[in-house]
Design a protein around this ligand. Structure first.
Ligand code: KG4
Ligand code: ZN
Length: 339
């Protein structure tokens, strides 16, 4: 089964064709992130307008790259949230029109849960085993969920304020690094750590010892701001490495504490922040140190950040009759899928 996935929830416009939830035939991503660099963050109206410009060429390119046409596609999967309303609207309307014209079922997709399905892409023996513990770390969310099966998810913790990606972005802005802050902090930190690896403990690890699986990152932002005001001459690489380590440390420690309690067979990482090399490395190190009997799944960095391949994969594994039909109030359309 071939599913055309469309993702347009923020500043990326993406389309992909994926076969049977695992084989990527094409995946195209256009981003307006450079347009937001000057403002230090995404301007929703600018992002939505850029979605209008990009969406048809991106869908077209996904079809061409997969050497197929709409007639060879079995269904259309579309992100319906969470996300920026203007961007979402462009994606949903495009998917509805394609589904209507080509008489294809349309599958509504939850963007956050879909991020996890980047771990199914590629297939083979590496696909996650249930029960799985999954950490979604993106620009807007930090959530820990226990996945017993496809469609059987239990939320066990999350951020109480800023998301991990948001913390990277806002701290980067404070220290004068460009948007998106995650890759910028990571690159600066890497340069510094290659020269002089040392212990990093300048900033607090909020809630690290609390008896729950929640996080809080807004206090870290305040600490960075206060420190930077009085130490503006600090090497950028050093402060970047300290910020990164504070975020990574608390994410890894609390997630692995949950793994010790829930004893999942797999640990899944997903979302833009999962592209962070230090986060990936620290998870691997600590899993080994703690001798946890768990398979660690993390997608290649290019599949961690927003794309439509995981939208198609989610749709393949979760297509069930949906009560959300009313949001696509068109009797001509067949609605399947549970967001
Ligand atoms: O999943 P994503 O592409 O979009 C959302 O759904 O939010 O995540 C974007 C976030 C941004 O906050 C960005 O700074 C962060 O992911 N990010 C990173 C890295 N690459 C992207 N954070 C840390 N290290 C990275 N290498
Ligand atoms: Zn995302």
């Amino acid at each position: 089964m071939r599913i055309l996935g469309i993702e347009a929830s923020c500043d990326e416009t993406a389309a992909a064709i994926v076969e049977n939830g695992v084989k990527i035939l094409s995946s195209v991503v256009a981003s307006s992130s450079q347009m937001h660099a000057a403002s230090g963050g995404v301007i929703p109206e600018v992002a939505a307008r850029q979605q209008v410009v990009s969406i048809l060429p991106v869908v077209d390119k996904a079809l061409v790259n997969a050497k197929c046409q709409m007639t060879n596609v079995d269904s259309v999967a579309i992100t319906i949230g969470p996300g920026l309303i203007g961007s979402l609207l462009v994606g949903v309307e495009t998917a509805k029109v394609l589904a209507l014209i080509f008489k294809k079922p349309i599958i509504p997709v939850n963007h956050l849960v879909a991020h996890l399905y980047a771990n199914w892409l590629g297939g083979g023996s590496h696909i996650p085993k249930f029960p799985a513990l999954a950490l979604v770390v993106s620009g807007g969310h930090t959530d820990l969920v226990l996945m017993k099966d496809h469609g059987n998810l239990k939320w066990i913790g999350g951020t109480r304020d800023d998301a991990a990606g948001e913390a990277f972005d806002k701290c980067a802005r404070i220290i004068g690094l460009p948007y998106p802050g995650g890759p910028a902090i990571s690159a600066k930190a890497e340069g510094y750590l290659n020269q002089k690896p040392k212990s990093l403990n300048l900033f607090p690890r909020p809630m690290i010892h609390n008896d729950n699986f929640d996080w809080s990152f807004s206090g870290l932002k305040t600490s960075v701001l206060k420190y930077f005001k009085t130490h503006e001459d600090i090497e950028k690489g050093q402060i970047a490495a300290e910020i990164q380590e504070a975020i990574v440390d608390v994410l890894v420690k609390k997630t692995l504490r949950a793994a010790g309690i829930f004893k999942p067979r797999s640990l899944l990482l997903a979302g833009g922040v999962a592209a962070n090399l230090r986060l990936r490395e620290k998870f691997e190190l600590e899993i080994r140190n703690l001798k946890l009997d768990i398979v660690f799944n993390v997608p290649p960095p290019s599949l961690c950040t927003d794309n439509a391949a995981y939208i198609s994969s989610y749709a393949f594994f979760n297509q069930k009759p949906s009560s959300l039909g009313q949001i696509f109030a068109r009797p001509e359309l067949t609605i399947v899928g549970q967001p």
